[in-house]
Design a protein. Structure first.
Length: 440
């Protein structure tokens, strides 16, 4: 509201207060909030993914073979990615009416409730098919919550980043993926090594879901504090941080949404092919000890974190889109060696994990928002959220289900085809984006 206080006669007129600018905000402070928020989300994500291999087939599908039980668990795993865009649409409506903090609180409360609820679920032996239904409902709730957890901080970080270091700051939020995986895999590795199989399947597997709830509470307060601070500064009240209706977005900028989703497909396809899928393959067919293989994956996740950092340097030196396109080519090459490595005993399987995690880090580090700049400012906030949702849906949602199902029945060559299709989609989307930019 403008000030109506009276001036003294003859006094120099007061200058209007300067509008808040993003120059007062440290990109480092925003980056901390982004990393905390993404780590909590990915921890939830990987706890369910690992449990889909090690726990759910025995607890919820004991009447099926291990392969079929895992495939059904992967089907439930994919449901969160199906409902995630719906959660984004609903949450944008909530934000337009009640504000960003309310939306974020509701989303993370729903996420924490669904995650903790899984820890209390009885198994098939107690409830029969009803246990599977409850697990499915809670997983659908997780997807809705993840869609509502978009806080706009990555876009704010990009706005505050120096122009010459945008690739560096873009990769910071992506560090949440390997950090979340290290926490989830480390916790499961500890439990599987410390407990008997009977105790682990009876009660031990429930602890990671309780931990996920606790991490969500911490992340909620950290993100709310950042959101409140930046709203007070006026940074998150700017036009490019306000939601628009999905119909208006798709009607005006729909081509940018789909180009952005497919531009990241190689990274998102690889995401599950080196995390959740190989754990299922090793657990069912290879006979490697689960704890030891999780340790190898944890080492791979640390390499992934280092590669994500390196991607920031590469992107600032050669350009984000050039980096993403080059990595898509390398992922396509890597796909040709996937069957040989996965059939190559422990050494080959470990190499598949370690090399795959490095490629994942280099590509995923720049997969977020590579073409977000295409959106007009007023569409950027909603466009970035929906683009990410669709990239997860198209590239990663069904990857473990498809890769395991096809590999089990027709051979590991289908893993190569899956990765190769993701690389082709990325290269095609980047080429189309360049053509549209040249035309404009």
């Amino acid at each position: 509201m403008p000030s109506h206080s009276l001036e003294k006669p003859g006094a120099a007129p007061r200058q209007p207060a300067a509008a808040p600018t993003h120059e007062h905000t440290s990109p480092g402070d925003i980056a901390v909030g982004v990393v905390i928020g993404r780590t909590s989300e990915y921890f939830d994500f990987f706890v369910f993914g690992i449990a889909s291999v090690l726990v759910f087939p025995a607890v919820f599908f004991p009447h099926l073979s291990r392969l079929d039980g895992t495939l059904f668990a992967f089907g439930i795993f994919a449901l969160a990615f199906v409902t995630r865009p719906i959660g984004t649409v609903l949450s944008m409506a909530v934000q337009r009416r009640w504000g960003r903090a309310t939306k974020l609180t509701l989303a993370l409360f729903l996420l924490g409730t669904c995650t903790a609820g899984m820890a209390f679920l009885p198994g098939h032996a107690s409830l029969g098919a009803a246990a599977i239904v409850l697990l499915t409902v809670l997983r659908l709730g997780q997807g809705l919550a993840l869609g509502g957890s978009w806080d706009g901080l990555p876009s704010l970080l990009a706005l505050n980043a120096p122009a010459s270091r945008r690739g560096w700051y873009a990769m910071l939020g992506q560090l949440g993926a390997p950090l979340g995986f290290v926490l989830a895999a480390g916790l499961f590795a500890y439990l599987t090594s410390s407990l008997s199989q009977e105790d682990f399947l009876s009660w031990g597997w429930r602890y990671p879901f309780f931990v996920a709830f606790a991490i969500n509470v911490v992340a909620l307060f950290a993100r709310l504090q950042l959101v409140s601070a930046h709203e007070e500064e006026g940074l998150l009240n700017r036009q490019e941080f306000e939601p628009v209706s999905t119909r208006e977005l798709l009607g005006s900028q729909g081509h940018n949404v789909f180009i952005g989703a497919f531009a990241a497909l190689a990274s998102y396809a690889l995401f599950h092919i080196v995390t959740v899928f190989p754990l299922s393959w090793i657990h069912i067919y290879a006979g490697q000890p689960v704890t030891g293989f999780l340790v190898v994956q944890i080492v791979g996740a640390f390499l992934c974190a280092g590669a994500i950092v390196a991607s920031g340097w590469l992107a600032d030196r050669y350009g984000r889109r050039t980096t993403l396109g080059s990595l898509a080519v390398l992922i396509g090459v890597f796909s040709g060696f996937a069957p040989m490595l996965l059939n190559g005993g422990e050494v080959g399987q470990d190499l598949f994990i370690l090399i795959g995690f490095v490629l994942l880090g280099l590509s995923y580090g720049q997969a977020s928002g590579t073409v977000t700049a295409n959106f007009a400012p007023r569409f950027r906030y909603t466009g970035a959220a929906l683009t990410s949702d669709l990239a997860w849906l198209f590239g990663a949602a069904f990857a473990p289900l498809v890769a395991l199902g096809l590999s089990a029945h027709f051979g590991l060559a289908f893993v190569s085809l899956y990765l190769l299709s993701g690389a082709a989609c990325t290269l095609g989307a980047l080429r189309l984006n360049r053509a549209l930019e040249s035309r404009d």
